[in-house]
Design a protein around this ligand. Sequence first.
Ligand code: MF3
Ligand code: CO
Ligand code: CO
Length: 274
Amino acid sequence: MTEYMTMTADAPISRSTAIKLYDAAGFEGMRKAGRLAAEILDALVPHVAPGVTTGELDDIVRRMTLDGGGVPATLGYRGYTHSCCISLNNVICHGIPGDQKLKDGDILNIDVTPLVDGWHGDTSRMYIVGETSIKARRLIEVTYECLMLGIEEARPGNHIGDIGHAIQKHAEKHRYGVVRDFCGHGLGRVFHDSPEVVHVGRPGTGPELRPGMFFTIEPMINIGKPGVKMMEDGWTAVTRDRTLSAQFEHSIGITETGCEIFTKSLVGLDAPPY
Ligand code: MF3
Ligand code: CO
Ligand code: CO
């Protein structure tokens, strides 16, 4: 049985197995955090170019987050010391920014989570450095479609499994592998909360969606098999078979009739080509 928990102004700010149901103030808070997150990803577009290091992009994210009145939620999170994650080519997620220079043909995911007035706006997009292969472009396109097909299932009365099913069906139609080891997650005043949003599944299974639920959908799709390998740094997850991987992430809130996407680009830069 899924437990739910109505969030009032004085409710605890802690992780719980119960799924939190937020009110209008929660939607307002998430709108602000989500807008800043989207603006940061918009602003990165002209900076993604050959010769730029991922550390330089991280500096831009940190400065923009602070200038926007937020704090990067990843900074100091479980020992992580950067303002975003940057995952290149065969890196699935949690790539650590550093000295690596971007080069023509690279594809990368940039994942930001500004914490604004206590609310988390978590979103990521793919970027292309110069020109890349048709197969990389196709992977990016289908991964974005997977995210949006998942979001289409996000409405009251549907279940978490409906979201996973829509994503898995579309990805596997293209013979791609859906990563199982990392999931979407509840969020709000807590960064990673219940429910777990698995990106595969069967219709009608898992927790039922109710108005006021906030969570991310963030499918990671590999050209090859779903298998993951962890690097020595303890963060960087790469494809076991070294194939390319792509990911997009939005933070959403379930409404009475469907859902609201908190992290949509207001200038139409949700997916390449930008
Ligand atoms: N933003 C990531 C997510 O989508 C989490 C990054 S946690 C970090 O959930 F510590 F790796 F930065
Ligand atoms: Co997330
Ligand atoms: Co994220």
